[in-house]
Design a protein around this ligand. Structure first.
Ligand code: SF4
Length: 329
C-alpha cells in the first residue's frame, strides 16, 4: 500500500482481518446507497479532479458545486487556466474563500504544462513535486483520477479514523498512527470507492460537532461510540442513547464565533472588495477600509496596510504604497 504523506517507515498497524473486512463491507455498501451524486465523481480527468479537490478544501460541497462547473466552463483545460491573467482566476474564485488556492491552482497547471508536457504525474510522490500540491491533494488526485490504492487524510478522514479505530478526540492519536490506520484500511483494488466513502461518512454522518451515530453503518465497530455509550450507560443506565460529546461541540462553536476576528476573515473581505471592481481598477485605502472592517477609521490605516502587504506578498493584490491604492493583479 502506498501512502501519500510519509515515507514507508511509519508504524504498521495490524487490524484484525475479520473486523477490517466487516468495516470495509459496511462502509462501501453504505456509500453505494447513500453517497451523493457529485459531478467530480463522474470523471477521472486529473485536471477536473484537481480543480474539485482544491475547491473542496475548507469549502462546503454545496458552494463548490456551481463554482466547479463555472470554473471549468471558463477554464476548460490546463492550457486556458495556465494562460489566464491572475486577476481573472481570482475573480473566478469569488465565493469560495481562501483565494491563495486559486493562484496555487494556476501555478500547478503551469507546471504540469511546462514540466510534464501537459500530462499529470500519476503517483502521489511525483504529484507532490508540483507547486501547490500537498500530501492530501497528491493522494486525492492519484486515487480519484488514476484509481491508485493510496492512503491520505483530510479533516473528515482523520476524524473518522480517530473515532473508529482509536476513540473520542479526547484521546487523540498521533498523525503517524492515524496514517498507519488509513493505510491498513484501504481495500486493494477499491481505493477510489473506499476513500470517497470514508470522506462522505465524515461529511454526512461522522461530523465534527454532532456525529449521527444512530445512522452510522460503522456503529458496531466504532471505538468512540463504544466509549460514549459506556459513559452514558454509567450515568443513565443500560440502553440509554448516548449524549453528544460536549468538548467536541464546544470547540467547534468557539472556532466559528472567533472566525470573524481573524486576519483570514479580513484578507478575504479585502480581496472580495477588489474583486467587485472592473479589471485593472484601483481602490484607495480610504475607500477600501470601510469595505473590509465595520466601523473602520483612518487611525486603522497601518493595520490595513499591513493586511494588504501580506496579500501583496502572496500575489493576491497589487499594492501601490506611494499612492495608497490597491487592485487585483
Ligand atoms: S459510530 Fe459515530 S463516532 Fe463512530 S464512526 Fe459512526 S458516526 Fe462516527
Amino acid at each position: 500500500m502506498m501512502n501519500a504523506a510519509n515515507p514507508p517507515s511509519e508504524p504498521r498497524v495490524q487490524l484484525p482481518a475479520q473486523r477490517l473486512i466487516e468495516i470495509q463491507r459496511r462502509l462501501l455498501a453504505w456509500f453505494a446507497e447513500q453517497g451523493r451524486d457529485l459531478p467530480w465523481r463522474h470523471t477521472r480527468d486529473p485536471y477536473h479532479i484537481l480543480v474539485s479537490e482544491i475547491m473542496l478544501q475548507q469549502t462546503q460541497v454545496d458552494r463548490v458545486r456551481p463554482k466547479y462547473a463555472a470554473f471549468l466552463a471558463q477554464f476548460p483545460s490546463l492550457a486556458t487556466l495556465a494562460a489566464a491573467s491572475p486577476g481573472d482566476v481570482i475573480r473566478a474564485w469569488s465565493g469560495l474563500g481562501y483565494n491563495r488556492r486559486a493562484l496555487n491552482l494556476q501555478r500547478t497547471a503551469q507546471a504540469v504544462l511546462s514540466e510534464h508536457g501537459g500530462r499529470f504525474p500519476d503517483t502521489p510522490e511525483r504529484l507532490r513535486e508540483l507547486p501547490g500540491i500537498g500530501p492530501y491533494t497528491a493522494g486525492a488526485v492519484a486515487c480519484f483520477a488514476f484509481e491508485r490504492d493510496v492512503a491520505f487524510m483530510d479533516t473528515n478522514i482523520r476524524r473518522v479514523l480517530q473515532r473508529l479505530f482509536v476513540g473520542p478526540e479526547t484521546e487523540p492519536a498521533s498523525e503517524r498512527s492515524l496514517l498507519a490506520f488509513a493505510e491498513a484500511a484501504v481495500p486493494a483494488g477499491n481505493g477510489w470507492s473506499w476513500n470517497q466513502a470514508i470522506m462522505e461518512l465524515g461529511a454526512l454522518v461522522c461530523t465534527a460537532a454532532r456525529p449521527r451515530c444512530q445512522l452510522c453503518p460503522l456503529r458496531s465497530e466504532c471505538r468512540a461510540y463504544a466509549t460514549w455509550s459506556a459513559a452514558d450507560a454509567a450515568v443513565f443506565g443500560e440502553g440509554s442513547i448516548y449524549t453528544q460529546p460536549p468538548k467536541v461541540m464546544r470547540k467547534v462553536a468557539e472556532r466559528q464565533a472567533s472566525f470573524t476576528a481573524t486576519p483570514r476573515y479580513f484578507r478575504g473581505r479585502a480581496v472580495e472588495a477588489l474583486r467587485r471592481l472592473p479589471p485593472g481598477a484601483w481602490l484607495t485605502l480610504d475607500e477600501l477600509g470601510p469595505r473590509v472592517k465595520a466601523g473602520w477609521t483612518a487611525a486603522e490605516l497601518p493595520w490595513l496596510l499591513n493586511l494588504l502587504e501580506g496579500l501583496a506578498n502572496d500575489a493576491l493584490v497589487v499594492l501601490d504604497r506611494e499612492t495608497q491604492q490597491a487592485r487585483l493583479p
